[in-house]
Ligand binder design. Structure first.
Ligand code: SAM
Length: 311
């Protein structure tokens, strides 16, 4: 492919992660809000999102994931999806609370699959983590509705928290195993965006436990994530912290809810503002500029201070 977005470190952009709102109906203690730290309430329109994605497809991007805030807080989320050009993979990460009413219409409008955040199956822990007493039963309805609508495979996202849900991994695997291969489990290392370092789990211990339980495992190219197969369930471990392999294999461009290209989750000093009227050629030029601003956040240097990239 000669028409592609390659950054100065040779990493090619193949996916877009789009935040559509900062609004949320839960208040998770650790939430990174996709790295957005502005209080802007303006939200990018469906038409502008469609033009941005169209521009990205001209560079070979075929994968889009929506996030937030909570994407389903947007009443026009179906309209956002319906306006997209043809893609290979359109997914969203949601807390699942509003999913049961929307799953069918989201699928009808072109959503392929969902990730659902489920940090705990324990009522008290779930309340502590998310601030909500009513979320859990709503998520269960959401999972069933998403399966009925074909928004599968569903990834259950579980951010690991020391002293809270660290001993619930097995329970989550058993839960996922009841859904005939429709559910996968994604265990995520906590990123410390909200003074939550006391909840950081020793991820090596988790990795060893998964290794000892797995009948089979392999490593995905994306972010070098390890996948384990345990009791018939695919379990993926996402280890972003201090992980130069994670960054070396990052192939994402991000878009903030107010329409700024964001080259890295961890930084806000290199954004590029796309105004609502920008044309596809203008957006293509902005994508090219944004890609030049990409730099691995975690990296290893050799003796000459050159960045070593592991692939
Ligand atoms: N409201 C939606 C949800 O709950 O999935 C989308 C927004 S949330 C920011 C997107 C994803 O980021 C979720 O899978 C969540 O588990 C993950 N996440 C949020 N804060 C995190 C943190 N501090 N460390 C690691 N993952 C985090």
């Amino acid at each position: 492919m000669n028409n592609m977005l390659m950054d100065p470190y040779g990493r090619v952009i193949t996916s877009l992660r789009i935040s559509v709102t900062q609004r949320c109906n839960l208040g998770c203690i650790y939430c990174h809000q996709e790295g957005e730290n502005s209080n802007s309430i303006s939200e990018i329109s469906p038409k502008t999102i469609a033009r941005i994605v169209t521009a990205a497809t001209e560079y070979g991007v075929r994968k889009v994931k929506f996030s937030g805030g909570e994407p389903l807080m947007r009443n026009d989320f179906e309209e956002i999806i319906a306006a997209l050009p043809e893609l290979k993979d359109v997914s969203a990460t949601t807390n699942g609370v509003l999913l049961s009413e929307r799953a069918a219409s989201l699928a009808k409008n072109g959503l392929n699959r969902v990730n659902i955040s489920l940090p705990s199956l324990n009522k008290e822990h779930y309340k502590f983590i998310t601030g909500s007493r009513h979320g859990l039963p709503r998520i269960m309805e959401g999972i069933n509705a998403a399966i009925d609508a074909g928004l599968t495979p569903i990834k259950l996202n579980m951010v690991l928290l020391k002293g809270i849900n660290e001993f619930e991994i097995d329970k989550a695997i058993q839960f996922a195993s009841r859904f005939d291969g429709n559910l996968m489990l994604q265990l995520i290392e906590l990123m410390n965006f909200k003074n939550t370092s006391q909840y950081t789990v020793d991820i090596e211990t988790v990795e060893k436990m998964l290794e000892s339980r797995a009948t089979y495992m392999y490593e995905r190219r994306m972010h070098r994530r390890k996948k384990y197969f345990i009791d018939g369930v695919e379990v993926e471990l996402v280890r972003p912290i201090d992980n130069s392999s994670f960054c070396a294999n990052c192939n994402r461009m991000r878009l903030t809810s107010s329409g700024k290209l964001k080259p890295c989750l961890m930084r806000n000093d290199n954004l590029i503002d796309i105004h609502e009227e920008a044309t596809v050629p203008e957006i293509k030029a902005m994508l090219e500029r944004a890609v030049q601003r990409r730099e691995p956040y975690y990296k290893e240097l050799n003796s000459k201070n050159m960045i070593l990239l592991k692939t």
